[in-house]
Design a protein around this ligand. Sequence first.
Ligand SMILES: [Zn+2]
Ligand SMILES: [Zn+2]
Length: 214
Amino acid sequence: MKTPVTVTCSCGRFRATAHDIAANSGNHVVCYCDDCQLFQHHLGTADEVLDEHGGTHIFQISPAKFEPIRGHEQLACLRLRPGGLIRWYTRCCSTPLGNTLATPTVPFFGLIRTSTQTVDGGGDVEAATGPVLCGVYGTYANGRPDEFRVYDKAPLWLLLRFMRKMLRWRFRGDGKRSPFFDAGSGRLRVKPHVLREEELAAAIERREAPSKSG
Ligand SMILES: [Zn+2]
Ligand SMILES: [Zn+2]
């Protein structure tokens, strides 16, 4: 069953609907990579978003299925380093939203799971997205979960599954219906902030520090 998921930032100024969420409509993965962890440490949301092993729950969907409803002006993005992945969050309260590439020609949106997401009509977001397919970049994980397999990198079968879906979205023209890019120019709607050296260093320092939750 496909169901809409409401994505709200913690202060409530930004709201979006992720349409047609179902196990088959995307890829539910947990990413343990260094950069996904640093993104949360930079925003100050690591304790809330990262699981006990440092993983970020990501559901890769078509960007055309992510529809901002209010607070469009709160959409902000950053890169940890020049040329890196585009990581979206809200300007108002630094709620992480997800990631894209810097071009709409590889259309996908890696929606990041946060506690403020709700399934319309009730129910669990995990039930809507289906179980985790696998964990990736496990070399950066802090211990291993028992519930699903964790790979050191992204396994080939996952890349192929991603390619199949992404190409379908691309042929459908979903890249042009992405809320993150201007349909005409194909440029990012918001200029990404590239972290300054000291901002990145501060995020690394916070990751090294013992977490508040222990
Ligand atoms: Zn907010
Ligand atoms: Zn990652």
